[in-house]
Design a protein around this ligand. Structure first.
Ligand code: UGA
Length: 430
């Protein structure tokens, strides 16, 4: 099939490369000329494990990229993978998506055959039918349900394992209201449906849109709940990780996303939980549980800082922060818990020295004035206390490096450092 994908972020590029790998002719449309040039010359514009090989193999051939929306006319279906960032009061900002939809509609005006437009971006229920479809119809002159078909196909890929997640998903969701759109989606995903043991969920468009929010809100709340249990455990001197291991043995709960600590960040959980809260309020419902999940998450970095203060006053002291990425395996610092931790240390007058194996440059944009160490050992050297924020494996291997600390207080927000002789160890939730 001929497939076009508007937007070449981590979702758009990953899906494009994986669909090319399944034998489709794929065209990425993006306004960024650098991204387009990279894909055309066989280079992945973003870092995702496995992506570089796919783009090297298909880029410029079965996988094309262009800034020109006219390319969509040669395709049977277009996926929209544009960002829907947080706007006012947590609501999603549809500006970028709407601009893309308008350009897409204008390009489709001179296409004779019917076209299917699939929203992959995370959008509030009703957006595809009430915003995307009318805009497309207006710009293209086409009629929804006749020669224009819209659908929702939310994405559950994680940053850092997006290619692997695409190839082996737990579920694939098609939200459609016409047989035409559903059949075309089945064709696009046919190789995946044939190979993987993924469940296929065929549903309505609004339900599909909601499934994405429900997924992220549930997982974020699950982590907040285990963090709250962890906070209670800490008060009682109970090891929350042992408790979580036992919890995970119950099939009804499941073992994943039970790691308590300094909380969730990234470009998805915070944005999507905020958007769902705003959407619920707009609809007249007060989502108390989701609000509590955010509250617990916001408190965890404060608790980490409070624990440090039970051992030393950080004012005027050099304090190390280990880990800046929002999770291991990525250089993404968006909504990383390291941000409130660094801010809190600075408010307390500490001199921050931070280390991350890959995210330093991204964090430097946010905090140009703090010191960035070249290694964890350099960060620890002479530090009065360290706060561990990201569970990078290399922090588990740290040993003698703690001996160089001026005051060896280790407050571990992820349970990655081993308790050992010679350090004062505080786990956040154990
Ligand atoms: C998340 C979802 O997991 C994906 O399914 C979804 O497609 C994606 O958002 C999205 O909406 O695009 P991602 O943001 O890449 O993926 O990160 P996760 O691996 O889910 O981690 C989110 C945060 O939760 C991280 O800060 C992580 O450290 C934290 N976390 C996760 C915990 O604190 N404890 C856990 O047990 C698990």
């Amino acid at each position: 099939m001929n497939v076009s994908i508007v937007g070449s972020g981590y979702v758009g590029t990953t899906v494009a490369a994986c669909l090319a790998d399944y034998g489709h002719e794929v065209t990425n449309v993006d306004i960024d000329e650098g991204v387009v040039a990279a894909i055309e010359s066989g280079e992945a514009p973003i870092h995702e494990p496995g992506l570089a090989d796919l783009v090297a193999e298909y880029g410029g051939e079965r996988l094309r990229a262009t800034t020109d929306y006219a390319a969509v006319r040669e395709t049977d279906v277009t996926f929209l993978a544009l960002p829907t960032p947080t706007g006012d009061d947590g609501r999603i900002d549809l500006g970028v998506l709407k601009a893309g939809v308008r350009s897409l509609g204008e390009a489709l005006a001179s296409k004779d055959d019917p076209h299917v437009v699939v929203v992959k971006s995370t959008v509030v229920p009703g957006t595809t039918e009430e915003t995307v479809a009318p805009l497309l119809a207006e710009a293209s002159g086409k009629t929804p349900g006749e020669d224009l078909h819209v659908a929702a196909n939310p994405e559950f890929l994680r940053e850092g394992s997006a290619v692997a997640d695409f190839r082996d998903p737990d579920k694939i969701v098609f939200g459609t209201d016409t047989d035409f759109a559903r059949d075309r989606l089945r064709e696009v995903f046919e190789p995946l449906l044939a190979d993987a043991d993924a469940a296929l969920v065929e549903t309505g468009i609004r339900e599909a849109e909601m499934m994405k929010y429900a997924n992220n809100a549930f997982l974020a709340s699950k982590v907040s709940l285990v963090n709250e249990l962890g906070n209670v455990c800490k008060e009682y001197g109970v090891d929350a990780y042992e408790v979580a291991d036992a919890l995970g043995l119950d099939d009804r709960i499941g073992a994943r996303f039970l790691r308590s600590g300094v909380g969730w960040g990234g470009s998805c959980f915070p944005k999507d939980v905020a958007a769902l809260i705003a959407a619920a309020r707009d609809a007249g419902y007060d989502p108390a549980m989701l609000e509590a999940a955010v509250e617990v998450n916001d408190e965890q970095p404060e608790r980490l800082l409070d624990l440090l203060e039970t051992h030393l006053d950080p004012a005027g002291k050099r304090v190390a922060v280990l880990g800046l990425a929002f999770k291991p395996g990525t250089d993404d610092v968006r909504n990383s818990r390291a941000i409130p931790v660094v801010e809190g240390l600075r408010e307390r007058g500490a001199e921050v020295v931070a280390y991350d194996p890959v995210a330093t440059e991204n964090m430097r944009e946010r905090f140009p004035d703090i010191e960035y160490a070249r290694s964890a050992a350099d960060a620890l050297d002479g530090a009065h206390g360290t706060l561990v924020v990201t569970d990078w494996d290399e922090f588990a291997a740290l040993d003698d490096a703690f001996d160089a600390m001026a005051d060896p207080v280790v407050v571990d927000g992820r349970r990655i450092v081993e308790r050992r002789e010679g350090i004062t160890y505080e786990g956040l939730t154990w």
